[in-house]
Unconditional design. Sequence first.
Length: 204
Amino acid sequence: MNSNRGDQVRRDGRARLAVLISGSGRSLENLAAVIARGELEARIELVLSSRRTAFGLERARRLGLEACVRRRCDFATTADFSAAVFDELRQRSIDIACLMGFLSLLEIPADFDRRVLNIHPALLPDFGGKGMYGSHVHEAVLRAGRAQSGCTVHYCNNAYDQGAILLQRRCPVLPDDTAETLAARVFELEKLAFPEALRQVLGS
């Protein structure tokens, strides 16, 4: 398989997705709902969590999705951890890996180049990098006094939040915003942005 747009589409028109999580799995649940409504020609073949306690594993169970755990602390190096993750994906013939709140750095192998997407709750290249996740991002946006925030879907490379940007969605930062209220507004954009990016990548 090469990485040209549309090459990931299967003969039945449905791409095989893996969703990688570390937390609550809200984005996983949203993606499953988008697929169920017929708005994306895909199916979620695997949910992989970097934490045994991630509530997203419970969401996966409720959705009837196969799930597994691969913890970074169980491997000596990032390379070893990444190899284990991508071996799981290859075993299930995954077309696209969707990082949705996955907090562990991955080294992307050549056969998954431009087949790993991440969503970040800010307008990259600002407010990205190691340690910039969840409320930390929104607090940084507020401290900087920005008038706008939003989310970014990008291809993954071997550094945090530095891959080529696919699309962004924007929202205002309001004078009375807290990290929590800004996060809620940004998440509504994320629910639209990731399916949109997948449709773009899959040419559908």
